[in-house]
Design a protein around this ligand. Structure first.
Ligand SMILES: Nc1ncnc2c1ncn2[C@@H]1O[C@H](COP(=O)(O)OP(=O)(O)OP(=O)(O)O)[C@@H](O)[C@H]1O
Ligand SMILES: Nc1nc2c(ncn2[C@@H]2O[C@H](COP(=O)(O)O)[C@@H](O)[C@H]2O)c(=O)[nH]1
Length: 204
């Protein structure tokens, strides 16, 4: 049986650069993570594509998925549901492939409870002013939404203590290098390499 893949969870306040850093990380070609596309009831932003950026669904559809036990985790964030479909994550990990989740803190803590082997990385901004600049600069959200997201950021940063690693996103390339370092070191964990050795030494 294939060794189960590694699950990596990246969180951090909205606008810190999770998506930017994740895309840059994937573009290096040095990692082979499968990105788990989240489901949300948020309306698509300009340029966002259903099935690529998110699965955009109605509130009713999302709630049906919850009732049917089809979500690994979910949370309400600034008036909308966001969640990770369970089937894709399980099937991909079972095939021995690594999976990357980009999710907010409450959902991440649900994953923490259900997947003790997952690796939890918190991406932080250099400071809150810079976070606000990035949210405004992105130009995707109205000012009232930006203010709600900044307000949430303070509590989210407090939750950082529940993560395994903190990575400052001062420069995208540096943040990518730091995450690559984490991944390399996590691959050497005894609990991850032990199945190979168990095969080598047999049952006795
Ligand atoms: N290191 C950086 N320095 C300057 N700007 C950055 C940096 N990283 C990301 N940005 C910019 O900040 C904005 C927000 O980035 P991004 O959309 O990746 O954030 P996010 O954390 O994924 O947000 P959300 O959680 O809302 O999806 C973008 O305009 C992006 O280009
Ligand atoms: N708990 C989850 N949070 C998620 C998921 N997918 C995205 N997110 C987080 O929601 C906020 C807002 O996202 P935005 O696209 O509206 O800016 C952000 O922190 C995302 O990381 C998910 O599946 N579960």
């Amino acid at each position: 049986m294939a060794k189960r893949g590694m699950l990596i969870v990246l969180s951090g306040p909205s606008g810190v650069g999770k998506g930017t850093v994740r895309k840059a990380l994937f573009e290096t070609g040095a990692t082979d993570f499968s990105y788990s596309i989240s489901m949300t009831t948020r309306k698509p932003r300009e340029g966002e594509v259903n099935g690529v950026d998110y699965y955009f669904v109605s509130k009713e559809e999302f709630e049906e998925n919850i009732r049917n036990g089809e979500m690994l985790e979910y949370a309400k964030y600034v008036d909308n549901y966001y969640g990770t479909p369970l089937k894709y994550v399980n099937e991909t990990l079972d095939q021995g492939k690594d999976v990357f989740l980009e999710i907010e803190v409450n959902g991440a803590m649900q994953v923490r409870a259900n997947c003790p082997d997952a690796v939890f990385v918190f991406l932080t901004p250099p400071d809150l002013m810079e976070l606000k600049h990035r949210l405004i600069g992105r130009g995707t959200d109205a000012m009232d939404v930006i203010n709600k997201r900044i307000k949430k950021a303070v509590g989210e940063i407090r939750m950082m203590r529940n993560y395994d690693y903190a990575v400052v996103n001062d420069e995208v390339s540096k943040a990518v290098e730091r995450i690559q370092m984490i991944i390399r070191s996590e691959r050497l964990r005894v609990t991850r390499v032990m199945p190979d050795y168990e095969q080598m030494i047999g049952d006795e």
